[in-house]
Structures are given as structure tokens and as C-alpha cells.
Design a protein around this ligand. Structure first.
Ligand code: BES
Ligand code: ZN
Ligand code: ZN
Length: 480
């Protein structure tokens, strides 16, 4: 594990790499001017040649002088906020993978939570998934020195959240063959034991007994049995309760409404909602946030076995509503129906479900922005504020009541698809049927759960998107 320490002054420190911030138009950030003068006259021309002006995301590496083998300048743009710092630190983290001892003055940038953001971004930029490589190249960094960091708590906060995001990334990046529902339930059990939180795991028999009809219906085509995992964190002094419900489809083939081959390539990602809930639970309990959290993760594969549900089949969900399944590829809403109904029974102050739910949401908002839907304006605003603080992008889509008739079924209470248009909205309207009119927000993370390329602290593959937002939300609820 990387050792992260604070130093009061740059003077007298040494290391393998020194990371220094630079604002737009090459205005030196904390500590950078002295080092720049020291490096020599060639520096400006060298940076000109690299076209390094100090924009966010830019970096420029060069040989160092006494004390440091190399120096890395990273851009902060015109003005730095926590998000900019996190991104700059992510760029630095990736560039620092080969260096053992890294020192930075990014933590001296004068904004609240600077050390937190730098630790968080640096660790996430260094994230690697090397489990299946015959020659993995893990980070060589053993020590990160933060100049000017005064608050030990900030370092812990940044680190714990980064570790929770990394856990979610690991779970998403794991191939489906290595994360059957039973395996994920065991991981949850180990985590709950470690954190000292309560956990209940329903097996396939108990799922039937508990009337989780949606989870059961989706699981019928799979050989690996489903699991419903419910964790409860109940700290001293908590007044409010947050329920988190994560879609845990460990592989989505589409079922009998089968996907084309290309559509299946990344469908091990379809449990990213559950992974985010696991990660958030780890960080919230690890930090001791004073809010009750109930985490509900229905886990199953969506496969095509001989017992698979057929288009046209009807099941009864936990809350008694019947659903006609016309497309077995709209399976996420079916398992979430039971999860939401179970959550609502506890009457929490706020319910948030997180799901890689619709391709339609990606069409609407692209790959980097999640959709947020809900009838309760205050609840949505609360989640929006948390996401802003966490540096994660989301945008509200309307839960248009007029579209509810698109889900009318001639033979059941509702059907599971709503036609060609507004697919992210009709999916949200379907979920609303199971939230029992309680404060509830649905996050459609189909786009941002996975990244096609590296981007600052975001690494290619599973991103751990929404872990940070959920932790920020829990913290807001604790202090409110
Ligand atoms: N898991 C998919 C949604 C998805 C697609 C996530 C692409 C990430 C990338 C979901 O289960 C699904 O297949 N949804 C269907 C719903 C449709 C049949 C109403 C979709 O979006 O096409
Ligand atoms: Zn699907
Ligand atoms: Zn799915």
C-alpha cells in the first residue's frame, strides 16, 4: 500500500519525481516558480515546443535538478477547483507509475479539500487491472508526499474513496466467468464482516420465498443461481436512512430477446450499479458516516437457457404488481423492481437506484453523463448537489407522466418496454411503479460506467462511476 504523508515545505524534500502545478498562460502554481528558475533559461522554449500552456489535462516532463530525478508540470487551467485538482492529480498519477517516491505541491493550491482531491485523483490515475496479464506492470510508487497538506483526515478521506472506486472498477473489469452471483455475494459477505455491518444473502430458494419475482424471472435462463444481497449499516447517532439499490446483472446476453454479438462485448459491465453500491458501502462505513444505509443488490445473469423466461411471460413482483415481459433484454428494471419494493418497505428518507439501464440514455446524454430521474424535485436536487461535489456528471431527464400509458399491458398491470422513443424515461416510469411514491432518484449510468479511453483520473474500462456521488450524498444526509 502506498504511503501518503504530508510535508510542511518543499525545501529539504527529495524524491524521484516532483509534480508542480501551472495555471493557464504558464502562470506558476505553488512551488513551481523557484524550480522553474532553477531549471534554467531553456525551460520556456522547451515548454513552447511541447505546446504546454497550463490547460487542464496538459503535462510536461523533464529531467530534474538536485533532489529530484525528474520534474513534471501539470496544467490547472485558469482557475482550480477540487475537480480540476483531482483531474490534474490523475494525470500526474498515471505519469508517475514508474517512480517510487513522488512529491507534489498540488496540495498547496489554496482551495478547500485540496489534499483530499489530490490523493483521490492520484490514486485513481494509477489504477490498473492486471489480474489476467502474464506480465502485469503494477505501480512502482511507494510514497506520495503532499507539500502543505495539514489535515490528516483529508488524506484518509481521499484515499478511502479512491479505494472504494477501485474496488468497483475491479468488480466491473472482472470477466463474467469470474463473478457469478454466488461469488459476488461472498465478496459482499467478506466486506460486511470486515466492516462490521449486517448482511443477509437470499439464495435461489429464499428468493422465491421472499417473492422477488423479477429477480427470479430474469435468473431462469441461467445455470449459475441468483442471489439477493442486502447489507445494513446502522451507525450510532444516525438520524436518516438512505437506501441504495444497484443493478447486478453479471452478464446481459439479452436473454431470448438476444443481443447481437457486438452488443454483448461489454455486457460484463451490467453489474456496475451493484459494484458502485458495494464500493459506496465500503467507503461510507469505512469513514463512519453517521447515516443509516441499506444496500440492496439483486444479482443474476441474463441468459438463454431452456428454462429462460419467454417474451410474453408474466411474473408478480415483490409489491404484488404483475409484469408482462415483452422483451427479455429489458431485464434490469425487472430485478430493480424487487429491490425498490424491498427498500420502500423500510420507509427510508431517500432511495437511489443505480443501473446501467438503457442504451437510450447513452443516445440522449452520451458516454460521460449519467441520467437522473425522479418525481421528487428535492430528492433529485440533493443527488445533483452530491454529484457536483464529487465531480461526477449527471443530467436530469423528465419523468413525463404522460408516457406512463406506453407501459400499459392488455393482460398485466404493466409491460416492461415502452416503445421506440424516450427509452430512458419509460424505463424510469417503470421503476417508479415500485418506489411506492417515496423520495427516490434513479441514476442511469449505462454511459459513464465504462470508459473507452483514459481521461485524467478515469481509466479505460470500468470507471467506478457514482461511488463518489453516493458517498457525498450520504455525507450530506449525515450533516443535514
Ligand atoms: N444493459 C442494457 C443497457 C445497456 C446497453 C447498458 C448498452 C450499457 C450499454 C439493458 O439491459 C438493455 O438491454 N436495455 C435495452 C432496453 C430495451 C430492450 C427496451 C436497451 O437499452 O436497448
Ligand atoms: Zn438487457
Ligand atoms: Zn442490462
Amino acid at each position: 500500500m502506498m504511503n501518503i504523508v504530508a510535508a510542511s515545505d518543499l525545501e529539504g524534500t527529495s524524491g524521484d519525481l516532483l509534480v508542480l502545478p501551472v495555471y493557464e498562460e504558464r502562470v506558476w502554481g505553488p512551488g513551481a516558480e523557484e524550480i522553474a528558475l532553477d531549471l534554467g533559461d531553456w525551460l520556456e522554449a522547451y515548454l513552447d515546443g511541447l505546446d504546454f500552456t497550463g490547460k487542464v489535462g496538459q503535462m510536461a516532463a523533464m529531467p530534474g535538478n538536485d533532489g529530484f530525478s525528474r520534474v513534471l508540470f501539470v496544467g490547472l487551467g485558469a482557475e482550480a477547483d477540487a475537480d480540476v485538482l483531482r483531474r490534474a492529480a490523475g494525470v500526474a498519477g498515471r505519469a508517475a507509475l514508474r517512480y517510487e517516491k513522488v512529491v507534489t505541491t498540488l496540495s498547496q493550491v489554496d482551495i478547500e479539500g485540496a489534499a483530499d482531491a489530490v490523493v483521490n485523483g492520484f490514486l485513481l490515475g494509477q489504477y490498473k487491472y492486471g489480474k489476467y496479464l502474464s506480465k502485469p506492470k503494477p505501480s512502482q510508487t511507494t510514497e506520495l508526499v503532499l507539500v502543505g497538506a495539514e489535515d490528516e483526515g483529508e488524506i484518509t478521506h481521499g484515499r478511502l474513496i479512491a479505494e472504494a472506486v477501485a474496488m468497483a472498477r475491479d468488480l466491473v473489469n472482472e470477466p463474467a466467468s469470474g463473478k457469478a452471483p454466488e461469488v459476488l455475494a461472498d465478496i459482499a459477505r467478506d466486506m460486511a464482516d470486515e466492516l462490521g455491518i449486517d448482511i443477509t444473502v437470499y439464495d435461489e430458494t429464499e428468493i422465491v420465498a421472499a417473492r422477488f419475482g423479477g429477480l427470479r424471472a430474469v435468473s431462469l435462463g441461467a445455470t449459475n443461481p441468483p442471489r439477493m444481497v442486502v447489507m445494513r449499516y446502522r451507525p450510532d447517532g444516525a438520524e436518516k436512512t438512505l437506501a441504495l439499490i444497484g443493478k447486478g446483472i453479471v452478464f446481459d446476453s439479452g436473454g431470448l430477446s438476444i443481443k447481437p454479438a457486438s452488443g454483448m462485448e461489454t455486457m460484463k459491465t451490467d453489474m456496475a450499479g451493484a459494484a458502485a453500491v458495494f464500493g459506496a458501502m465500503r467507503a461510507i462505513a469505512g469513514l463512519g458516516v453517521a447515516v443509516n444505509v441499506t444496500a440492496i443488490t439483486p444479482l443474476t445473469e441474463n441468459m438463454t437457457g431452456g428454462a429462460a423466461q419467454r417474451p410474453g411471460d408474466v411474473f408478480t413482483a415483490r409489491n404484488g404488481k404483475t409484469v408482462e415481459v415483452l422483451n427479455t433484454d429489458a431485464e434490469g428494471r425487472l430485478v430493480l423492481a424487487d429491490g425498490l419494493a424491498l427498500a420502500a418497505e423500510e420507509e427510508p428518507d431517500l432511495m437511489v437506484d443505480i443501473a446501467t439501464l438503457t442504451g437510450a440514455c447513452m443516445v440522449a446524454l452520451g458516454k460521460k453523463v449519467a441520467g437522473a430521474l425522479g418525481h421528487d424535485d428535492d430528492a433529485v436536487a440533493q443527488v445533483e448537489a452530491a454529484a457536483r461535489r464529487a465531480g461526477e456528471k449527471l443530467w436530469r431527464l423528465p419523468l413525463e407522466k404522460e408516457y406512463r400509458t406506453l407501459l400499459d399491458s392488455p393482460i398485466a398491470d404493466l409491460k416492461n418496454i415502452g416503445g421506440r422513443y424516450g427509452g430512458a424515461i419509460t424505463a424510469g416510469l417503470f421503476l417508479a411503479e415500485f418506489a411506492d411514491d417515496r423520495p427516490w432518484v434513479h441514476l442511469d449510468i449505462a454511459g459513464p460506467a465504462r470508459a473507452d479511453s483514459e481521461d485524467a483520473h478515469i481509466t479505460k474500462g470500468g470507471t467506478g462511476y457514482s461511488v463518489s456521488t453516493l458517498v457525498a450524498l450520504a455525507e450530506d444526509m449525515a450533516s443535514a
